[in-house]
Design a protein around this ligand. Sequence first.
Ligand code: ATP
Ligand code: MG
Length: 353
Amino acid sequence: MKRNILVIPGDGIGPEVTTWGKAVLEEIAKGFGHDFSYDEALMGHAAIEVTGNPLPDETLEKAQKSDAILFGAVGHAKYDNDPSLKVRPEQGLLKIRKELGLYANLRPILLFDELLNASSIKANILKGTDILFFRELTGDVYFGEKTRSEDKNTASDLMIYHRYEVERIAHKAFEAAMKRRKKLCSVDKANVLESSRLWRETVQNIAKQYPEVETTHMFIDNAAMQLIKDPKQFDVVLTANLFGDILTDEASQIAGSMGMLASASVGESTGFFEPIHGSAHDITGKNLANPLASILSVSLMLEIGFGLLEEAKVIIDAVDQVLKEGYRTGDIADETTKSDQILGTKEMGQLVL
Ligand code: ATP
Ligand code: MG
């Protein structure tokens, strides 16, 4: 089967890290005999400079035709403290998500044992953590009606969900759970919120179609605590937009650096795969960026986007091996790292390759 992959390197460290994600993808295609074709497109500041538009029509057309997108980051220092600039890099990202109908945001929290200090208590709790979050992206208080009273002293945000929104993301999450450890925890606040009662009822109904999956429900406050207390109990976690926003940021700290975390946004057709970090202007062009988040985004593309589980695992194992051998980029190095094993972007990318 031929698969078209669109690479959007974007701005800042985006191009530096995406180079290595793509190189790993090419190596996998070669090794396993897959027919992948590649195209490239502009987005963000890089696109504004050339076309005046953070998401040029050409990029959107290529994206719509692709089977998967590997994205880097968008952003540039000049926009940070200047709200007068009306055309902004991040508009490209928001628009492409909307145009592609990406309603589910997936964030795996994968902790490499080698990045733990084995003697600390924390290490015992965290060791072996491997969670895949599904955060709903189109509903909730973000998109419900917002009001402010005339005297400005009262405000409200409507927390709203439609059954179809819960159903479609629940299916994605159950399908992923079937390919993992067959455990799914749905997180809500159904003791208090009506939208959460709809959420829970809908997830319970969908669960009947996946009898092999052990489904549990947890209130958000408890989930926030359990995540710190015993993260290993979770496999797939399914939750709404607001709860997912908070819970995935909390969970990201389990894995250590932002330079280690990948994410995927999926919907009806093509999937969008990217590191969770941004453009990081402070380290741009210095060969300091950790390319592992982009490389792990490619693993996620193979797993979630294409269902190529063995190929995805080969990448994880390669990263694991390099870490086991003691190699680190600056962001994940600590006092135990030998100075000649602290690598730049290129050296780390090459080693994984
Ligand atoms: P943006 O505005 O696009 O979000 P940012 O400047 O806020 O970009 P982030 O990418 O969000 O930067 O990251 C914050 C900091 O974390 C960076 O300034 C950088 O020092 C560090 N960092 C982020 N990603 C990496 C990486 N891949 N490797 C090493 N350090 C990183
Ligand atoms: Mg940032």
